[in-house]
Design a protein. Sequence first.
Lengths: 384, 379
Amino acid sequence: MHYSLRDARFRALVFQVVALGAVLAALAYLVSNTVTNLEARKIASGFGFLAREAGFAIGETTFIVYSAADSYLRALAVGLANTFRVALVGVVLATVVGTLVGLARLSSNWLVSRLATLYVEVLRNVPLLVQLFFWYAIISENLPGPRAALNPLPGVFLSNRGIAVPTLVIESAHAWVLGAFGLGLLLAWRLAVWARRRQARTGQQFHAFWAGLAIALGLPLAVFLGAGAPSALEVPALAGFNFAGGATLTPEFAALLAGLTIYTASFIAEIVRAGVLAVQRGQFEAAYALGLHRNLAMRLVVLPQALRVIVPPLTSQYLNLTKNSSLAVAIGYPDIVSIANTAINQTGQAIEGIAIIMTVYLTISLSISAFMNWYNKRIALVER
Amino acid sequence: MGSDPFIAGPGQARTKGSDPKVALAWAREHLFSSWGNTAVTLMIVYLLWKLMLPFLDWALVKAVWWSPDGKACRVEDSGACWALIADKHRFMLFGTYPFDAQWRPALASLIFVALYVVSAIRACWRPWLALVWLGGLAAIGVLMWGGVFGMVYVENERWGGLALTLLLATFGIAIAFPLSILLALARRSTMPVIRWLAIGYIELIRGVPLISLLFMASVMLPLFLPEGVTIDKLLRAQIAMILFAAAYLAEVVRGGLQAIPRGQYEAAQALGLSYWKMMGFIILPQALRISIPPLVNTFIGFFKDTSLVLIIGLFDLLTTVKVSLTEPKWTGFGVEAYIFASAVYFIFCFAMSRYSQALEASLGAAQSRGTNGAGKGVA
């Protein structure tokens, strides 16, 4: 290496050192400003506040018991659990709705495909926040009060206090049913492995899918019936000004879930459609020509190719849904952002609060992209 | 919206209605091709009938179109209260901008739209377009602030409504776009430090929700600045939006850069071009051209995301709509108000998405001319 700017490698080195130095200097400048400002405003720094009493109530909690006397840390944990709850349910529902709409757009029925197109075009082009406010307004302003609640299905009540649904009265037998289901799944998986090995060895086929399905569903069903089918439901009933019993989805949760699901589904629909269209007709025909049955052609030839196109953008939609659940703060659902925001307002420790929010989302994002990289490597086309 | 020419059978949708026989054949093919299809069609028609009639009744027949005091909307069995929009539309579109001077944000909004239209025409994709943009944005600044040519000075705390939404979106993109090109080039650089700085920045921004950046801008940015220096709220939000957009746009540009064959780089280097000349004259013109449709899609997302400034208390279109509802005479008409807001956002976003689709089709046609595209869907 020549120590002259005419040497490309030396120039690159100088350039990188300068760039790194500039970034570090800028960061140092911001940090020193921040420290001065914090001192001037007498704001404590550090995460000590997490152990202090939060002093605010949270409207709804998931799994974690919480009261205003608990610490900030516990409040944030409640927020995180709420974020996961709405994101997980939202991801499942959005996938179902999105897949249905995406396939509907490909339907040969003109009415079905036009309606699906209308769904996608309208919902994709309106900001999620507007949609959230819209659903929240419908639930909180336009639904009747609990006394005149709509009752679309027996036991389900829609009112401006939320959606009340019946719940199963949990008995010890249900744990056994759940255990039987787990055992059934395990057996079905072993069966499938055995069937695949046997086919590879001897060529004999075995309907492992149907047999496995029968085991996985039959076993818990047998236990359920054997225990005398304990299926008492706790139906919500009007008590005073609200419903008691059963489970109630709050208006905030219901609006957030509806908004996230319906909005994300419009993007998933396009991904599914593109994935199906990406598999060329010839692939179907080639599979048939090889003598594969329709189901096998779908499972072994078409789906793997469609999924290769579908899964990467689909995961990024899941990630978007999770990030978008942070809009909860606008309609008052206590997710991690809204709890952290309350904490910031009470303690003034903005940097720590925002750092917590960012860490949470970065962790989720990075884990999902790690999964994506692994998946892409697994399914990547191996060419020559 | 044209139906797929490869799937549609004889008797195209275009001719339906003109000849009953053709229409019948069309209906048989597209609506009643099998028992299952017929059942689905009938069920949908029934559902539409059951849902659309009450909706139309609410939205049009029983709707209240004019009622300055809002009393007519409170009458039992009245439909949609569009009177709210009629009463508050000036506030919704222009926020608290001085009432007599509201022609200025209106004109500024028109200039924005004109800039979009000019940029959409391919014959205008010339270097002078940048000058047109500079001129247009300067004119908008003069109109909004005033203080010259006899226009009253209006501080930017009073800007609001649609004009502010357009302002945030357009200035955001106009500044984020050049930044994003630099970021994309940095991420593809052979210098590891530069590459890792770019990767770190892009992944950090894309990994967190926009809200957290907006919070950061509204509560943390003041702490970052030296004592005595303050930036107003609008500019802080704008900075956050720019940082956010730049990371997303950079990934789109990088996609375009990756699509350029190696040979183009090698040919440019063989001609003895320096890095910047190679990028400026050979690679970027091609890469940006193929990235335009995804760039427009990113812009649509960004335009929708400007609504998030509501959460930090800026008066964009969504905020003005929401604030209108706090007036006692209009409380409880959220559905009408948000339908209005949706319609405004929809007009802009839908126009852009149509444009991006058309552009993709025509650019795609130009690219794959001569190659066999048989069997490929319009995905």
